[in-house]
Design a protein around this ligand. Structure first.
Ligand code: HPA
Length: 237
């Protein structure tokens, strides 16, 4: 079964408007009890859904998400793949608020995430292609079916947060090839790789990154972001 990690505004989403909702399930993991996963069923097909930042409201900002418990729980629930949506700022020119990007590479600039690995002693996880291309394609195809503008490639730079970036930092990431910036992809994607779970992300642009505002001044962190995310993910499965 697929596990969906909902990002921006997932905690405001009324999932019952999109699927039949089962009882929440908390999973005991070596890293503590997971937050609730709910089973969503549409046309006889089910997924597990978890709101990364909390239930009913924003309870955990990016750096405080217990990624190890989440990803471990996903494995316990039998995840054949993890799909996530991530609200992001746009770094590259040509992108606009509301647009989707399915990234194909990561620039990991996090530096103090406690839950960065399952292997505290030693592990060299290959990071050459962290995204699963077949699942990326399914997300891209779903965007096309739903008529949602979607960039089919791009590098996601993950910053530590919770502060936003400076103009200089975004300039540097832009030179480094970043298309979008967010705070949640790492270490989730590395943990999934350690457990052998294919991973793909649908990035939804909520704002232009710092200093890029002349391209588009809008900011949209509303529930519409989450509605877009869940519609795409449920269309995939
Ligand atoms: N920077 C970092 N993370 C983000 C942004 C941003 O501009 N927008 C949404 N998540």
């Amino acid at each position: 079964m697929i596990v969906i990690f909902g990002g921006t505004a997932a905690y405001h989403l009324k999932v019952e408007n999109f699927a039949t909702v089962g009882e929440p399930r908390l999973v005991q993991t070596p890293f503590g009890e997971s937050p609730p996963f709910v089973r969503l069923t549409v046309d006889g097909r089910s997924v597990w859904f978890n709101s990364r930042h909390g239930e009913g409201g924003l309870q955990r900002s990016a750096a405080f998400v217990n990624h190890r418990a989440n990803v471990w729980a996903a494995k316990e629930l039998g995840a054949e793949a993890i799909l996530s949506w991530n609200g992001v700022g746009a770094v590259a020119a040509g992108l606009s608020v509301g647009q989707c990007v399915v990234p194909d590479d990561v620039l990991d600039m996090t530096r103090a995430r406690l839950s960065a690995t399952f292997a505290e002693r030693a592990l060299l996880t290959p990071a050459g292609s962290p995204f699963a291309d077949d699942w990326r394609k399914k997300l891209i195809d779903a965007c096309e079916r739903l008529n949602l503008p979607c960039a089919t490639h791009g590098t996601y730079v993950c910053t530590e947060g919770p502060r936003l970036e400076t103009v200089a930092e975004i300039s540097m990431y832009g030179w480094g090839g970043a298309a979008v910036v967010g705070m949640t992809l790492a270490p989730e994607i590395w943990l999934a790789a350690e457990l052998g779970i294919p991973y793909a992300s649908l990035c939804i642009i909520t704002n232009m990154a710092t200093g890029r505002w002349h391209f588009d001044t809008r900011r949209d962190f509303g529930v519409g972001v989450a509605e877009k995310g869940i519609r795409v993910m449920l269309d995939v499965v």
